[in-house]
Design a protein around this ligand. Structure first.
Ligand code: NIG
Ligand code: FE
Length: 411
């Protein structure tokens, strides 16, 4: 298991152990007729030409195929109860995302459903999404809590992710994020500062002790958590050793990008309304700008300024934001198409955004995100000789095989 030799591959990969910024995002290493050896799930050789095939290694001939690093979907909410198709229709008819939430729907609707759902129901549903994502080339996915807001349900969500991560034959690794600050818990409706205290005093220490989350995230937005409240929570989380991330400037321009830069967060995500100054500060601080164009697409909002951010020297990542409300899609093909067509990223930039920069936004650029010796044997093989099919097959899957830790998952 996990011993594999790929030959005759047309390899494209970003390189390095950190996010690629600005013009660097366009620089992919290209190896025609390449080989990749994976031993016990880890890449042990990469090069051009022929390579000795050891008898115990599975051989894959990739003649005529592109091989890329496995895709890293670095922002999702994939563990949740219930669905909200009714809200989708309300929005089609002119309702706004925030007004539905203010009426007790939106995130609160999923909180009720997730509190009611059993561990097994949540796990089975997350695995359904994981199967679909794996077929589209995803080998690492980030998963957030944030649909419990109480202690029991937040832990239940994180424990579902842990259970999946402990399975030897899992199709993806899940990077775990505590998003208790997704909305003010109903129990603290009149006392948001008390809810921040609860997260700081009870939830973060408990989650830290049990090792249930790598990152801490907050929905820093008008009507949800203020910049000051977000700062108070994130500073404690950072001191406790969590990586920090923000849902920032999604609905209005709110100073989230500036806060992310100030705190040297791993990423600030969404950024539809990030200011010029916030973008500049993020570029200087090396904060990954994680863009989620399928959410803008679904909410019928203008896209984040991906081209401008890269031109300003930012490291941009792309992710789906899969969730039951603002974007019930984990479609990597659609993500490529929208990023290239409407955010004006080149195919090379989009590949870097969905591999190495996604990995960096999770603090994992040392182990995933590129095809290099020492990194995990997580790969995608496309059913074509050019990576341009990624946006060109608009909304259609060009992935022939996904390889997770050296295991071939499908063909
Ligand atoms: O990233 N904006 C906040 N959180 C999610 C949506 C969650 C939901 O609507 O259930 C997002 O868009
Ligand atoms: Fe999100």
């Amino acid at each position: 298991m996990g011993n594999l030799l790929i030959i005759n591959a047309h390899i494209f990969t970003p390189q390095g152990h950190a996010a690629r910024r600005g013009a660097e995002m366009n620089e992919l290493l290209e190896i025609p007729s390449g080989y990749i050896e994976i031993t016990d799930g880890v890449i042990t050789a990469v090069g051009q030409g022929t390579y000795e095939h050891k008898a115990t290694y599975t051989l894959v001939d990739a003649e005529g195929k592109v091989v890329l690093p496995g895709f890293v979907d670095s922002h999702t909410h994939l563990v949740f109860g219930g669905y909200r198709p009714d809200e989708f229709i309300w929005r089609m008819n002119g309702d706004s995302y925030m007004s539905i939430m203010e009426r007790g729907g939106g995130i609160y609707s999923t909180v009720r459903a997730t509190r009611e759902a059993s561990f097994d129901e949540l796990k089975a549903k997350a695995e359904w999404f994981i199967d679909a994502m794996s077929r589209m080339g995803v080998t690492t996915v980030e998963g957030k809590s944030g649909y419990g807001l109480d202690c029991f349900t937040e832990l239940k969500q994180l424990e579902v992710m842990r259970a999946i991560n402990e399975e030897a034959t899992r199709k993806v690794d899940i990077a775990t994020t505590y998003l208790g600050a997704h909305a003010v818990a109903p129990e603290f409706k009149e006392n948001p500062e008390g809810y921040i205290d609860f997260m700081i005093e009870k939830m973060l220490p408990l989650i830290g002790l049990r090792g249930l989350a790598e990152n801490c995230d907050v929905f820093c937005e008008k009507g949800v958590f203020t910049v000051e409240q977000s700062k108070r929570l994130l500073e404690v989380a950072q001191d406790m050793g969590f990586g920090i991330k923000l849902h920032a400037d999604e609905i209005v321009s709110f100073g989230g990008a500036e806060l992310a830069a100030k705190l040297h967060a791993r990423s600030a995500d969404h950024l539809l309304h990030a200011s010029d100054e916030g973008i500049k500060q993020m570029a200087e601080a090396g904060v990954v700008a994680t863009l989620l164009p399928l959410t803008a697409f679904t909410l019928r909002e203008p896209y984040a300024r991906g081209r401008y951010m890269i031109d300003q020297g930012c490291a941009v990542a792309l992710a789906t934001d899969l969730n039951p409300g603002s974007c019930c899609s984990g479609s990597i093909p659609l993500l490529f198409a929208v990023a290239c067509l409407y955010m004006h990223l080149s195919v090379e930039e989009a590949i870097t955004a969905l591999t190495l920069n996604g990995a960096a936004s999770l603090g994992k650029a040392d182990t995933i995100g590129s095809i290099e010796v020492g990194k995990l044997g997580d790969l995608v093989m496309l059913d074509c000789d050019t990576p341009n099919v990624l946006p060109y097959y608009t909304g259609m899957n060009s992935v022939q095989q996904t390889i997770k830790r050296g295991r071939v998952l499908q063909s």
